[in-house]
Design a protein around this ligand. Structure first.
Ligand code: PEP
Ligand code: MN
Length: 384
């Protein structure tokens, strides 16, 4: 009897295993669950003939390994099927289809061709002024949620410079949950950020919310932020991909790591290689926190992609007293950077005052983060 999966298959491989995200999830689950094997998605699936011998399978495995790749049998799958990983280049199916006992060798299109670790083994390093992001070290972005006034922006910038921050944040275009909340100063806010950069030398990180603001932000920012709510605004991502400027892409509040990487892929596919990912908390059933900070995404991202990964503990926790601990945890987890909200007078803030650290708290935290990052770097060195 022909099953539904066989009917909808390409070259005898069940369709659900190929060219779709569900297929990848299934392959990964079949291949890697409980086996402590690598999480890298396969490049090719080799399906053996019914009745093929163990020796046939061993021969195929040897020929895969001779190319410097790995072959892993999918447990419980009949006829025996191998997932091939470990090649940066596409593999030629003919090499395997010629071997005795092989029914089909089918290349699998990775869902993220440019963002994946397979596509590029070494970490992406994004240059921002004299500093770099990724490839070791911790980059600290600090500043108010929103640009509110010249005085606030200049004061915070000077304090953050003194505290050892690497860049100043502040939204001129604010994507607020309520249409009645402060929406940002717009272009005037960008001009204030540029002034703050002039005064302190700190690079500017600020958000674009649509095409028009992206063009304006591009004129002023050193790093263009795409917020959680716009992570799946694909037209905006394409446009950001045409900028000659780093893009800080925040994880959507209901997005998986794979969703985030596919969004990054939109930017990369347009020719902009400088994408920085940022975890900022996701929606779960937990009520004790504004969002749930998914710190385990840091090592998972490290494995799945060469792009740098940041953590924003301010939006994740929503509360000042919880920010330092989560920021320290992010540094300990090996994040490439953190983004922290700071405000000299949080009680008067027009946006997110409850989660803003006072400048002095911010300065203390940055010093602690530097110490933690140094320990993490030493540990990484020792492992190498
Ligand atoms: C922000 O960083 O200013 C912001 C709005 O964050 P998010 O997009 O993560 O909500
Ligand atoms: Mn905010």
């Amino acid at each position: 009897m022909v099953t539904h999966a066989q009917r909808h298959s390409r070259k005898g491989v069940p369709a659900f295993l190929l060219n779709c995200r569900r297929g990848f999830a299934t392959l990964r689950a079949l291949t890697f669950a409980d086996r402590g094997l690598t999480e890298i998605p396969p490049l090719m699936v080799i399906v053996m003939k019914k009745g093929s011998s163990r020796e046939d399978l061993a021969r195929v495995t040897r020929s895969v390994e001779a190319l410097g790749c790995r072959a892993q049998a999918l447990p419980g799958v009949e006829p025996p099927t191998l997932a091939v990983t470990g090649s940066a280049e596409p593999l030629d199916p003919d090499i395997f289809e010629r071997l005795p006992g092989v029914a089909r060798a089918v290349p699998v299109d990775p869902p993220f061709k440019l963002a994946s670790r397979e596509a590029k083994l070494e970490d992406t390093v994004v240059r921002v002024g004299s500093r770099s992001i990724g490839g070791g070290g911790l980059f600290v972005i600090a500043g108010p949620c929103a640009v509110e006034s010249e005085e606030l922006t200049m004061e915070t910038a000077r304090l953050m410079k003194r505290a050892g921050a690497d860049a100043l944040r502040g939204g001129a275009f604010k994507p607020r949950s309520s249409p009645y909340s402060f929406q940002g100063l717009g272009k005037a806010g960008l001009v204030l950020l540029s002034k703050a950069r002039e005064a302190t030398g700190l690079p500017i990180v600020t958000e674009a919310v649509d095409h028009a603001s992206l063009d304006l932000v591009d004129e002023h920012a050193d790093i263009v932020q795409i917020g959680a709510r716009n992570m799946q605004n694909y037209e905006l991502l394409k446009r950001a991909g045409r900028l000659a400027k780093p893009v800080l892409l925040k994880r959507g509040m209901s997005a998986t790591l794979e969703d985030l990487l596919l969004s990054a892929e939109y930017v990369l596919a347009q020719g902009n290689p400088a994408v920085i990912l940022c975890e900022r908390g996701i929606r779960t059933f937990s009520r004790h926190s504004r969002y749930t900070l998914d710190l385990s995404v840091v090592p998972a991202a490290r494995e799945a992609t060469h792009l740098p990964i940041f953590v924003d503990p301010s939006h994740a926790t929503g509360r000042r007293d919880r920010v330092p601990g989560m920021a320290r945890a992010a540094a300990a987890a090996g994040a490439d950077g953190v983004m922290i909200e700071i405000h000299p007078a949080p009680e008067d803030a027009l946006c997110d005052g409850r989660q803003a650290l006072l400048p002095q708290q911010g300065a203390e935290l940055i010093a602690q983060l530097r110490a933690i990052a140094a320990i993490v770097a030493k540990k990484a060195e020792a492992v190498r």
